[in-house]
Design a protein around this ligand. Sequence first.
Ligand SMILES: *Cc1c(COP(=O)(O)O)cnc(C)c1O
Length: 394
Amino acid sequence: MTKRQEKSVPMSSPEINEEDRQAVLEVLDTRYLSMGPKIEQFEQTIREFTGSQYAIAVNSGTAGLHLCIRAAGVEQGDIVITTPFSFISSTNVILFEKAIPVFVDIDPISGNMDPKQVEQAINDLKNGGAAAAKWIPRRGGEKPGAVKAVLSVDVFGQPADYDPIEKICEKNNLALIEDSCEALGATYKGRKAGTLGTYGVFAFYPNKQITTGEGGIIITDDEKAAAFMQALRNQGRAPGDAWLQHTYLGYNYRLDEMSAALGLSQLKRLDHMLQTRAQVAQWYETYLQEFDLIQTPHILPTTTQMSWFVYVIRVDASLDRDEFARRMIANGIPVRPYFLPIHLQPYLMEQFGYQPGDYPVSEDLGNRGLALPFSSVMSEEQVMAVCEGIRKSL
Ligand SMILES: *Cc1c(COP(=O)(O)O)cnc(C)c1O
């Protein structure tokens, strides 16, 4: 289906072409449907693209983040500093290990973790006592362990402010996990997203910049960690283990060959997809100018290359975002509140006693953010149709 034939505007859409289809079909004629040459090629291509020493393909971005948490040695009761303004999995992987996520609030412009608060939290937690207590959740953090890692998220395709975050992590000997699942191809002061921490993770769900259906990949320069994560994704088989020998508690986090072949084919067009996404964002920026009650995304000067993942507007505080969203949907335009802050998800409130008001900047952005339809195959007419929907709904 070409862009022109599409009648309604979808929330997101992968861009699949004939070459992608052939790439997947060819795998089906080989004897390798898993653990074959496509995975290796996919990993090599990502290594070349990022300049990282190691790349480990896995079957989701969440699986990749989980392996980073394991590689960082995060265990029960340990603390990981992270952001509540993210997709749920960046916190879930901490909870998988029964560790304690300590949230810090975000920069109101980018929506990324505020480095000053990261530093404050780490120093306070080191000093203990009342200063430390104000960072620990009301419940479920009775005997907090050491701070083990910082997990930062490149929200909506824009890298966080890594210079200060890296410095803090280095000074305190902490692993830095970069959740770059939304930021493949972005750069921070010329450096590629995903390479800014000890570990970086990209994801390939169909709404991401490139897709493998389900899938993700970890990059790192740490040889030992890479070997450990390779073992964990493959049921804990260490190098040299026989098929039924398992050195570690592992998982089946392997990516299959069809998915890797699709990813390889998609990667060839990454530049093109990033450009077309940037073009769609530019159309939005232009056509949204006329609406005083709508704020468009802000790109920081440190973001030398934006990798547009979603297009999230902020509605004016005087506007009822949820009512506006209902009207948009009634007008045939799909929209989605983005993000619902993680600390206010029911099971986190239950387990840790979080309350509204705990992270006011995250909550403010969460209350005003609305993702508009966005993909690399959107036409200018579709962008105009969305903006017409906005006019009607306001
Ligand atoms: C997409 C995404 C992930 C990973 O999602 P999967 O569906 O597991 O691939 C992780 N973190 C963020 C911020 C994401 O946007």
